[in-house]
Design a protein around this ligand. Sequence first.
Ligand SMILES: [Zn+2]
Length: 316
Amino acid sequence: VSARARVALPEGKRFAFTILDDTDDSTLENVRPVYDALRELGLRTTKTVWPVACPEGSRLFFAADTLERAEYLAFVHELVDDGGFELAFHGATMESSPRERTEQALDFLRREFGFVPRLHANHGFNRENLYWGPDRFRTPPLRWLLARSGLQGRSRFEGDRRGSPYFWGDLCQRHFDYVRNFTFATLDVLSANPHMPYRLASTPWVQNWFSTTDAPDAAAFKRRVTPAALDALEERGGVCIVSTHLGKGFARDGRLDPEIREILRRIARRDVWLAPASEILDHLREAGAARQLSGGALLRLELRYLASELRARAAD
Ligand SMILES: [Zn+2]
């Protein structure tokens, strides 16, 4: 059920498409071929980064580059300074950061790029994530149930809790226009979340939330971004922001996966508006979104997310 009429898009384009690239596992070597192709095809997307290194080490995320690697920093500069790509935040680094390290990371970006990014995506189990774990759910009984079920994990997240060493809610509110929350299987994100970007009275440190399509790696991207799904997206005049990790299997040995290249070509050939995530969200805001969500609309969104998570788990 589409709860919103087709949104008029710039230049009369039929639908909008972009990628929000979480930087887990990304290195200069494994993402450069992907970004070369995106650039060549005019797909201006959003790249998250980890500004500072993680000297304490990381069991799951050690393989990724941070901006402390000079060659990788130069590459991100190329994308952002004149490539039309958006720079976004994925936390200070791959593991939990107390407030001081988050501040350092934001200062680093301001010095290095001349601005602080506008979009943030919580990462993994970082304790400074805001409104994460069961706290993603803002309808109290649902949050209570989720906390008891363990479905959202049992880690504690404290980025939104004043007094915690991990608190940075005030910085998030000051700098970031958009923070990602729920992700869905459908390419047509507006069908899952017709009111995005949206605000919530119960999450004052986040200015606007948004949703994305979930495709965590190259295999999932291939399964989701099919010609049929693109046809449906185009027919509905939809908006698609795919959350993925371009460092996970999109390129091997310095070469872009040929199937991925074909999918990207197919997208670019369509009558599509290609813009980074924040530009698309700005457009939706100008078109009337970014309202405070009612309790009923919030509950429907949370239940839709829960249902899609349970379906995904059942399919695994
Ligand atoms: Zn991540």
